[in-house]
Unconditional design. Structure first.
Ligand SMILES: C[S@@+](CC[C@H](N)C(=O)[O-])C[C@H]1O[C@@H](n2cnc3c(N)ncnc32)[C@H](O)[C@@H]1O
Length: 295
């Protein structure tokens, strides 16, 4: 059972970032075990389920409906399962994350899969400066991609959107899919759909102390994390403020992790998405997707 979070915490970003980083460093060995990396290693055509879903939404907006030859920057790439999958779909990939352990795991996975990638360790809110240092000040990307479990770790989406815009080539495409902020309001352990947490953010964090992670098995030493709710309107607004043009906005009824014990896999595949019981699937969105273009 999850502990009660402390809501409405006004924590300095540096303190929150330090706590979140220590927690993510601890999660890496657990996630290397739990994610489906064997399938990626053993089958050169395998793509992560996240990327399989994302490509359906993204490719219609790419020239030639393909990632072939596309220069792609993956923000908050974690242990690289999706980065490797995007490379297999044809992209030249750069993975960015603040966790050295995650990037080590990602680099090992990529090498095992014969995938070439650049890996950059930085706070995503400082991504442009880090790309300047590693790849040069003129380097921009055709696609900036971030997916499933990313923006909730960030306090300042205006700053984040500025990084996204500065990483994109003119004409470049930004792609985001994440857990829907409405889903994030629900009590995952309630016997029905029951709102427990804030939908609106207001810059105040939820402070969690949990030893477990969403993969189920194993515990972490650094249990304290800070997360920020971001309503859909905020996400779209910060991107528009940077001059990006909204190309697509979608909402999904399944998601790639078991948010609640009442959710079931939708297929028999080991990396299946999860959904609410059939009678509840139309009641609440599970994910949202934003695609935007830099003019
Ligand atoms: C849930 S993963 C998202 C990636 C992908 N969906 C996956 O599961 O492989 C979240 C990632 O965000 C990273 N992260 C969290 N806060 C960050 C920050 N401020 N700057 C850069 N990376 C951050 C963590 O290290 C972690 O790798």
């Amino acid at each position: 059972m999850a502990s009660e979070p402390v809501d409405g915490v006004d924590v300095p970003w540096e303190e929150a970032r330090r706590a979140n980083l220590a927690n993510w460093e601890d999660r890496v060995p657990l996630h290397v075990e739990a994610y489906h990396t064997a399938a990626l290693r053993n089958d050169p055509d395998h793509l992560s389920s996240v990327v399989r879903t994302d490509l359906e939404a993204l490719l219609p907006h790419m020239p030639g409906k393909s990632l072939r030859g596309v220069d792609l920057c993956h923000l908050q790439c974690h242990i690289g399962t999706d980065t490797v999958s995007l490379a297999r779909a044809g992209a030249r990939v750069t993975g960015i994350d603040f966790s050295p352990a995650a990037l080590d795991a990602a680099a090992t996975l990529a090498a095992d899969c014969g995938v070439t990638a650049d890996w950059i360790q930085t706070d995503v809110l400082d991504a442009r400066a880090a790309v300047d240092r590693h790849l040069g000040t003129t380097r921009q990307f055709d696609v900036v991609y971030t997916s499933i479990g990313t923006i909730g770790w960030l306090n300042d989406l205006d700053l984040w959107a500025g990084q996204v815009a500065s990483l994109l080539n003119p004409g470049g495409v930004f792609y985001l899919r994440d857990g829907h902020p409405m889903l994030g309001t629900l009590d995952e352990f309630a016997p029905n759909l029951s709102v427990r947490y804030r939908y609106f953010g207001g810059g105040r964090a939820l402070q969690w102390d949990e030893a477990g992670t969403y993969v189920g098995d194993g515990t972490v030493e650094h249990t304290r994390t800070y997360e920020w709710p971001h309503p859909v309107s905020e996400v779209v607004t910060v991107l528009l403020r940077q001059g990006l043009e909204l190309v697509a906005l979608d909402e999904g009824k399944t998601l790639p992790w078991q948010f609640s014990p009442r959710m079931s896999p939708v297929t028999a595949e080991p990396d299946s998405d999860f959904a609410w019981p059939a009678a509840e699937r139309d009641l609440v969105p599970c994910t949202f997707t934003v695609i935007a273009r830099r003019p």
